[in-house]
Ligand binder design. Structure first.
Ligand SMILES: Cc1ncc(COP(=O)(O)O)c(C=O)c1O
Length: 421
């Protein structure tokens, strides 16, 4: 549905109403209902453009981390903007193919690849399978032998680096399940490099997500570039180093390195190796490109009368990050309200006490039916949504060039029950 031209890119206040690329969020909520995710195509393009510009001075490939948001329409915008993809499962490979990617555009990562996923990736001939263990390299080689082909593999290394992020999204410590310990990686890579069924194409590392500083990324990059140097001395050559994703976004106005600063830091470390620099940003591309629209279904005073509960029609089944990681998201009323600000706990409708979107938020007390937007919900929002409490998966809307369209219809109870007896 077309709206007005001359729009502002992304989400923001236009006068006193919140808009996405110029379209009032209240218009979308009225037409589509709530809960609904709304995405800004312009913001996705802008972010990919920023990464491309940052890395332009050095051979590189940007593989968008599909796990952040693999809605088909989002992935199509990502593809049209020139980024490749990093898939974390067979399902994400399927989405990438449907979005128009060729196998050579896809990297497969994943700490627990099933036999079917390995077979799918080998048969397709993806750009790289990031292997997580010596055993997995054996299994990939066996499939490649059976298919009489050569599988392109990289080795995921665990550099034992502190990510300085939430413990549940830190992945680079030796106690974490990801990759092979850096001390063992040289021998494992040498063996892989010598196998006829494997083409050893790179080293991979990903130490965490929502990182607000560059130091952990520098440490990880130094570790893999050092290992690549050692392997070159061992006559094991490769094409790229893949430094994963992890760059954070400003959920609460925090200072975050720019794409330029991020790229400059990594290029400085990788340049002497001459290897192509691969990155897998997810959140930094789609995080700020999406909001969750949700309606107020109840408002009630808390004991003592100083605070209010604002109960929404969306909760942890639609957006799990606050319940899972205590994550912070700004919450705004999409239309102006004359009421004085009061202190609110903004909560979901799910039967879990952790189903809370925001504690002690100052909001003009919303009335039942008012629509609020949970901001910066484009990454790990809809991707982690579930049917808990039999909530349908929410509708999703793409706004592009002043027009909007539903890119995933709201799930129905029939959709949910179609696979049940
Ligand atoms: C291997 C890998 N690559 C890329 C990403 C994307 O990370 P982010 O969204 O933090 O950029 C992740 C996220 O967990 C990951 O595990």
């Amino acid at each position: 549905m077309a709206y007005n031209a001359g729009f502002m890119c992304g989400f923001g206040l236009s006068g006193s109403v919140w808009t996405c690329d110029g379209v009032p969020l209240s218009v979308i909520a009225a037409a589509v209902g709530t809960p609904a995710y709304v995405y800004s195509a312009a913001t996705i393009r802008d972010r990919i453009g920023a990464f491309s510009a940052g890395f332009a001075s050095y051979p590189h490939a940007i593989h968008y981390g599909l796990k952040a948001n693999s809605n088909l329409a989002v992935v199509r915008v990502v593809r049209a903007a020139g980024a490749l993809v990093d898939a974390n499962s067979g399902g994400e490979i399927d989405v990438a193919l449907r979005a128009g990617y060729a196998p050579g555009d896809i990297i497969l990562t994943g700490v627990g690849k099933t036999p079917a996923e390995i077979d799918q990736a080998v048969a397709l001939g993806v750009k790289a399978i990031n292997a997580e263990s010596a055993g997995e390299l054996d299994r990939i080689a066996a499939v490649a032998r059976a298919r009489q082909t050569v599988a392109r593999v990289a080795l995921r290394v665990n550099p034992d680096v502190v990510a300085d992020s939430h413990p549940h999204i830190s992945t680079g410590l030796s106690t974490h399940k990801f990759g092979v310990p850096i001390r063992e990686a040289r021998a494992i890579a040498r063996q892989a490099g010598a196998r006829a069924e494997l083409a050893f194409v790179g080293l991979h590392v990903h130490v965490g997500s929502q990182m607000l500083g560059l130091e952990p990324l520098r440490q990880a990059a130094n570790a893999v570039v050092g290992l690549a140097r050692e392997l070159r001395d061992d006559h094991v050559t490769m094409e790229h180093v893949d430094l994963g994703g992890g760059l954070g976004i400003a959920y609460d106005g925090e200072e975050v390195p720019s794409a330029d600063q991020y790229a400059a830091a990594l290029i400085e470390i990788v340049r002497p190796s001459g290897l192509t620099l691969v990155v897998e940003p997810g959140r930094a591309i789609v995080g700020a490109a999406g909001v969750l629209l949700t309606s107020v279904v109840d408002v009630k005073p808390q004991p003592g009368g100083k605070k209010w509960f604002v109960v929404l029609d969306a909760g942890m089944s639609e957006l799990m990050r606050p319940a899972l990681y205590g994550a912070y998201h700004r919450i705004v009323c999409v239309e102006p309200r004359a009421a004085d600000p009061v202190v609110c706990d903004v909560v979901g409708p799910i039967c879990e006490s952790s189903d809370v979107f925001g504690v002690d938020r100052l909001l003009p007390l919303p009335t039942v039916g008012a629509v609020v937007a949970v901001l910066d919900a484009g990454a790990y929002g809809s991707a982690m949504a579930s049917n808990y409490n039999r909530h349908p998966l929410p509708a999703e809307v793409m706004v592009d060039a002043g027009a909007w369209r539903v890119v995933r219809r709201r799930q129905t109870i029939d959709d949910q029950l179609a696979c049940e007896e």
